[in-house]
Design a protein around this ligand. Structure first.
Ligand code: ZN
Length: 278
Protein backbone atom coordinates (compact mmCIF):
# COMPACT_ATOMS: atom_id res chain seq x y z
CA UNK A 1 0.00 0.00 0.00
CA UNK A 2 3.02 2.20 0.33
CA UNK A 3 3.31 2.41 -3.42
CA UNK A 4 -0.04 4.09 -3.74
CA UNK A 5 0.65 7.70 -4.49
CA UNK A 6 -1.93 9.94 -3.07
CA UNK A 7 -3.29 12.29 -5.67
CA UNK A 8 -3.28 15.78 -4.30
CA UNK A 9 -6.81 17.07 -4.07
CA UNK A 10 -7.28 20.78 -4.46
CA UNK A 11 -7.28 22.09 -0.91
CA UNK A 12 -9.61 24.95 -1.61
CA UNK A 13 -12.12 25.44 1.17
CA UNK A 14 -15.45 23.93 0.20
CA UNK A 15 -17.81 26.68 -0.84
CA UNK A 16 -20.42 27.28 1.81
CA UNK A 17 -23.60 25.59 0.71
CA UNK A 18 -26.61 27.81 0.91
CA UNK A 19 -30.18 26.63 0.53
CA UNK A 20 -32.25 29.74 1.12
CA UNK A 21 -29.93 32.13 -0.69
CA UNK A 22 -28.14 31.80 -3.99
CA UNK A 23 -24.50 32.90 -3.84
CA UNK A 24 -22.88 33.64 -7.19
CA UNK A 25 -19.39 34.92 -7.97
CA UNK A 26 -19.53 36.81 -11.26
CA UNK A 27 -15.97 37.99 -11.69
CA UNK A 28 -15.39 40.77 -9.18
CA UNK A 29 -19.07 40.86 -8.26
CA UNK A 30 -20.76 38.66 -5.66
CA UNK A 31 -24.50 38.35 -6.10
CA UNK A 32 -26.47 37.15 -3.08
CA UNK A 33 -30.10 36.37 -3.90
CA UNK A 34 -33.06 35.60 -1.68
CA UNK A 35 -33.93 32.09 -2.91
CA UNK A 36 -37.39 31.07 -1.72
CA UNK A 37 -39.28 32.10 -4.86
CA UNK A 38 -42.29 29.88 -4.06
CA UNK A 39 -42.71 31.91 -0.83
CA UNK A 40 -42.15 35.26 -2.60
CA UNK A 41 -38.70 35.13 -1.01
CA UNK A 42 -40.13 35.66 2.48
CA UNK A 43 -37.24 36.08 4.91
CA UNK A 44 -37.40 33.27 7.45
CA UNK A 45 -34.70 32.63 10.03
CA UNK A 46 -32.58 30.27 7.88
CA UNK A 47 -32.68 32.72 4.97
CA UNK A 48 -31.62 35.65 7.15
CA UNK A 49 -28.79 33.62 8.67
CA UNK A 50 -27.58 32.48 5.25
CA UNK A 51 -27.86 35.98 3.82
CA UNK A 52 -25.63 37.27 6.60
CA UNK A 53 -23.16 34.38 6.20
CA UNK A 54 -23.03 34.99 2.44
CA UNK A 55 -22.44 38.70 3.01
CA UNK A 56 -19.57 37.91 5.37
CA UNK A 57 -18.16 35.48 2.80
CA UNK A 58 -18.28 38.17 0.11
CA UNK A 59 -16.67 40.73 2.42
CA UNK A 60 -13.85 38.29 3.25
CA UNK A 61 -13.21 37.29 -0.38
CA UNK A 62 -10.37 39.51 -1.66
CA UNK A 63 -11.51 39.02 -5.27
CA UNK A 64 -14.98 40.46 -4.61
CA UNK A 65 -15.16 44.21 -5.18
CA UNK A 66 -18.92 44.83 -5.30
CA UNK A 67 -21.86 42.99 -3.71
CA UNK A 68 -25.33 42.77 -5.26
CA UNK A 69 -28.30 41.74 -3.11
CA UNK A 70 -31.13 40.35 -5.22
CA UNK A 71 -34.06 37.93 -5.35
CA UNK A 72 -34.64 34.80 -7.45
CA UNK A 73 -37.96 34.77 -9.31
CA UNK A 74 -40.72 37.34 -9.56
CA UNK A 75 -39.99 39.28 -6.38
CA UNK A 76 -37.07 40.77 -4.49
CA UNK A 77 -38.80 39.71 -1.27
CA UNK A 78 -42.15 40.02 0.48
CA UNK A 79 -40.28 40.72 3.74
CA UNK A 80 -40.11 38.88 7.03
CA UNK A 81 -41.83 35.49 6.98
CA UNK A 82 -45.03 36.32 8.88
CA UNK A 83 -46.19 32.73 9.16
CA UNK A 84 -42.93 31.73 10.79
CA UNK A 85 -42.98 34.79 13.04
CA UNK A 86 -46.50 34.12 14.25
CA UNK A 87 -46.04 30.38 14.74
CA UNK A 88 -42.58 30.45 16.31
CA UNK A 89 -42.23 33.80 18.04
CA UNK A 90 -45.65 35.21 18.89
CA UNK A 91 -45.29 34.09 22.50
CA UNK A 92 -41.72 35.32 22.85
CA UNK A 93 -40.92 37.31 25.95
CA UNK A 94 -39.67 40.86 25.49
CA UNK A 95 -36.17 39.57 26.19
CA UNK A 96 -36.35 36.78 23.60
CA UNK A 97 -37.77 39.01 20.88
CA UNK A 98 -35.25 41.75 21.63
CA UNK A 99 -32.42 39.25 21.22
CA UNK A 100 -33.87 37.80 18.01
CA UNK A 101 -34.57 41.15 16.35
CA UNK A 102 -31.41 42.86 17.58
CA UNK A 103 -29.37 40.10 15.97
CA UNK A 104 -31.27 39.17 12.83
CA UNK A 105 -33.11 42.34 11.84
CA UNK A 106 -31.10 45.22 13.27
CA UNK A 107 -27.64 43.60 13.40
CA UNK A 108 -27.78 41.96 9.98
CA UNK A 109 -29.15 45.16 8.42
CA UNK A 110 -26.42 47.29 9.91
CA UNK A 111 -23.83 44.81 8.66
CA UNK A 112 -25.05 45.57 5.13
CA UNK A 113 -24.87 49.31 5.84
CA UNK A 114 -21.37 48.97 7.31
CA UNK A 115 -20.12 46.59 4.62
CA UNK A 116 -16.73 47.94 3.51
CA UNK A 117 -17.49 47.08 -0.13
CA UNK A 118 -20.07 48.87 -2.27
CA UNK A 119 -23.49 47.20 -2.30
CA UNK A 120 -26.31 47.36 -4.83
CA UNK A 121 -29.88 46.15 -4.31
CA UNK A 122 -31.39 44.66 -7.47
CA UNK A 123 -35.15 44.89 -7.01
CA UNK A 124 -38.04 43.41 -8.99
CA UNK A 125 -41.63 42.77 -7.95
CA UNK A 126 -42.34 43.16 -4.26
CA UNK A 127 -39.92 44.83 -1.87
CA UNK A 128 -41.96 44.89 1.30
CA UNK A 129 -41.41 45.35 5.04
CA UNK A 130 -38.22 43.64 6.13
CA UNK A 131 -37.08 43.54 2.51
CA UNK A 132 -37.55 47.32 2.23
CA UNK A 133 -35.14 47.55 5.14
CA UNK A 134 -32.58 45.21 3.50
CA UNK A 135 -32.72 46.89 0.07
CA UNK A 136 -32.33 50.35 1.58
CA UNK A 137 -29.27 49.33 3.60
CA UNK A 138 -27.52 48.96 0.24
CA UNK A 139 -25.57 51.88 -1.21
CA UNK A 140 -27.45 51.90 -4.51
CA UNK A 141 -30.80 50.54 -5.67
CA UNK A 142 -31.61 49.41 -9.21
CA UNK A 143 -35.28 48.51 -9.73
CA UNK A 144 -37.29 47.06 -12.58
CA UNK A 145 -40.20 49.11 -13.87
CA UNK A 146 -42.77 46.79 -12.26
CA UNK A 147 -41.12 46.79 -8.83
CA UNK A 148 -42.85 48.37 -5.85
CA UNK A 149 -41.95 49.23 -2.30
CA UNK A 150 -44.12 49.19 0.81
CA UNK A 151 -43.94 48.93 4.57
CA UNK A 152 -47.47 48.17 5.78
CA UNK A 153 -46.58 46.63 9.15
CA UNK A 154 -48.22 49.46 11.10
CA UNK A 155 -51.50 48.59 9.34
CA UNK A 156 -51.08 44.79 9.28
CA UNK A 157 -49.35 44.08 12.59
CA UNK A 158 -49.76 47.27 14.63
CA UNK A 159 -45.97 47.47 14.77
CA UNK A 160 -44.22 50.82 14.52
CA UNK A 161 -42.80 50.22 11.02
CA UNK A 162 -40.02 47.68 10.60
CA UNK A 163 -37.11 47.43 13.00
CA UNK A 164 -34.75 49.68 11.03
CA UNK A 165 -36.36 53.07 10.35
CA UNK A 166 -34.28 53.91 7.31
CA UNK A 167 -37.31 55.43 5.57
CA UNK A 168 -36.87 59.17 6.29
CA UNK A 169 -33.21 58.93 5.30
CA UNK A 170 -33.92 57.50 1.87
CA UNK A 171 -37.34 59.06 1.12
CA UNK A 172 -37.35 62.38 2.92
CA UNK A 173 -39.41 62.95 6.04
CA UNK A 174 -42.71 64.01 4.53
CA UNK A 175 -42.82 61.20 1.96
CA UNK A 176 -41.81 58.67 4.61
CA UNK A 177 -44.72 59.81 6.79
CA UNK A 178 -47.26 59.33 4.01
CA UNK A 179 -45.68 56.00 3.01
CA UNK A 180 -45.86 54.66 6.57
CA UNK A 181 -49.16 56.24 7.63
CA UNK A 182 -50.98 54.73 4.63
CA UNK A 183 -48.99 51.53 4.06
CA UNK A 184 -49.45 52.18 0.34
CA UNK A 185 -47.25 50.77 -2.37
CA UNK A 186 -44.74 53.07 -4.02
CA UNK A 187 -44.03 52.10 -7.65
CA UNK A 188 -40.45 52.06 -8.91
CA UNK A 189 -40.97 55.17 -11.07
CA UNK A 190 -42.03 57.22 -8.03
CA UNK A 191 -39.19 55.77 -5.94
CA UNK A 192 -36.83 56.90 -8.70
CA UNK A 193 -38.41 60.36 -8.87
CA UNK A 194 -37.87 60.96 -5.15
CA UNK A 195 -34.28 59.67 -5.30
CA UNK A 196 -34.74 56.45 -3.33
CA UNK A 197 -33.91 54.36 -6.40
CA UNK A 198 -30.91 55.11 -8.61
CA UNK A 199 -32.04 53.49 -11.85
CA UNK A 200 -35.18 51.90 -13.25
CA UNK A 201 -34.97 49.36 -16.07
CA UNK A 202 -37.36 47.08 -17.94
CA UNK A 203 -37.70 43.80 -16.05
CA UNK A 204 -35.84 41.87 -18.80
CA UNK A 205 -32.80 44.14 -18.46
CA UNK A 206 -32.62 44.34 -14.67
CA UNK A 207 -29.87 41.78 -14.12
CA UNK A 208 -27.68 42.99 -16.98
CA UNK A 209 -28.08 46.65 -16.02
CA UNK A 210 -27.27 45.95 -12.36
CA UNK A 211 -24.28 43.80 -13.25
CA UNK A 212 -22.95 46.44 -15.67
CA UNK A 213 -23.20 49.07 -12.92
CA UNK A 214 -21.50 46.72 -10.43
CA UNK A 215 -18.70 45.95 -12.89
CA UNK A 216 -18.15 49.64 -13.56
CA UNK A 217 -17.85 50.31 -9.82
CA UNK A 218 -15.60 47.24 -9.44
CA UNK A 219 -13.00 48.97 -11.63
CA UNK A 220 -12.64 51.84 -9.14
CA UNK A 221 -9.60 51.61 -6.82
CA UNK A 222 -11.01 49.59 -3.92
CA UNK A 223 -9.33 51.26 -0.96
CA UNK A 224 -10.32 54.73 -2.11
CA UNK A 225 -13.85 53.46 -2.59
CA UNK A 226 -13.89 51.89 0.86
CA UNK A 227 -12.87 55.08 2.63
CA UNK A 228 -15.17 57.17 0.43
CA UNK A 229 -18.08 54.99 1.53
CA UNK A 230 -16.91 55.39 5.12
CA UNK A 231 -17.00 59.16 4.76
CA UNK A 232 -20.41 59.15 3.10
CA UNK A 233 -21.85 56.93 5.84
CA UNK A 234 -20.24 59.11 8.49
CA UNK A 235 -22.00 62.09 6.92
CA UNK A 236 -25.27 60.33 7.74
CA UNK A 237 -24.02 59.41 11.20
CA UNK A 238 -23.10 63.02 11.95
CA UNK A 239 -26.72 63.89 11.12
CA UNK A 240 -27.87 61.27 13.62
CA UNK A 241 -28.49 58.26 11.36
CA UNK A 242 -27.24 55.56 13.71
CA UNK A 243 -28.65 57.09 16.87
CA UNK A 244 -32.07 57.55 15.26
CA UNK A 245 -32.07 53.93 14.06
CA UNK A 246 -31.04 52.68 17.45
CA UNK A 247 -33.74 54.72 19.21
CA UNK A 248 -36.41 53.47 16.83
CA UNK A 249 -35.40 49.86 17.43
CA UNK A 250 -36.19 50.28 21.13
CA UNK A 251 -39.51 52.00 20.42
CA UNK A 252 -40.44 49.34 17.88
CA UNK A 253 -40.00 46.64 20.54
CA UNK A 254 -42.67 48.24 22.71
CA UNK A 255 -45.20 47.90 19.87
CA UNK A 256 -44.75 44.12 19.87
CA UNK A 257 -46.38 43.87 23.30
CA UNK A 258 -49.32 46.30 23.05
CA UNK A 259 -53.02 45.45 23.25
CA UNK A 260 -53.19 46.34 19.54
CA UNK A 261 -50.66 43.66 18.60
CA UNK A 262 -52.23 41.14 20.99
CA UNK A 263 -55.58 41.49 19.21
CA UNK A 264 -53.90 41.03 15.82
CA UNK A 265 -52.06 37.96 17.09
CA UNK A 266 -55.37 36.47 18.17
CA UNK A 267 -56.73 36.98 14.61
CA UNK A 268 -53.81 34.94 13.21
CA UNK A 269 -51.25 35.27 10.42
CA UNK A 270 -53.75 34.77 7.60
CA UNK A 271 -55.74 37.85 8.57
CA UNK A 272 -52.57 39.94 8.87
CA UNK A 273 -51.32 38.83 5.45
CA UNK A 274 -54.66 39.53 3.78
CA UNK A 275 -54.80 42.99 5.43
CA UNK A 276 -51.38 43.60 3.92
CA UNK A 277 -52.66 42.73 0.45
CA UNK A 278 -55.56 45.20 0.69
ZN1 ZN B 1 -40.14 43.62 15.26
Amino acid sequence: MDDVIAIAEPQAKPAATYVNVLYERLGAVARISHNRPAQRNAENTPLLDEMDAALREAIADPLVRVIVIAGVGDHFSAGHDLKEAMSDRSLYTVEQRWEYEATRYYGYSLRIWDCPKPTIAQVQGACVGGAFMVANMCDLVVASDEAYFSDPVCQTLAAAAVEVLVHPWVMGLRTAKEFLYTGERMPAAEAHRIGMVNRVTPRAELEAETLALAEKIARTPPFALQVLKRSLNRTADIQGFRNALSAHFDTHQVTHVTDETRRIREDGAGAAISRGRN
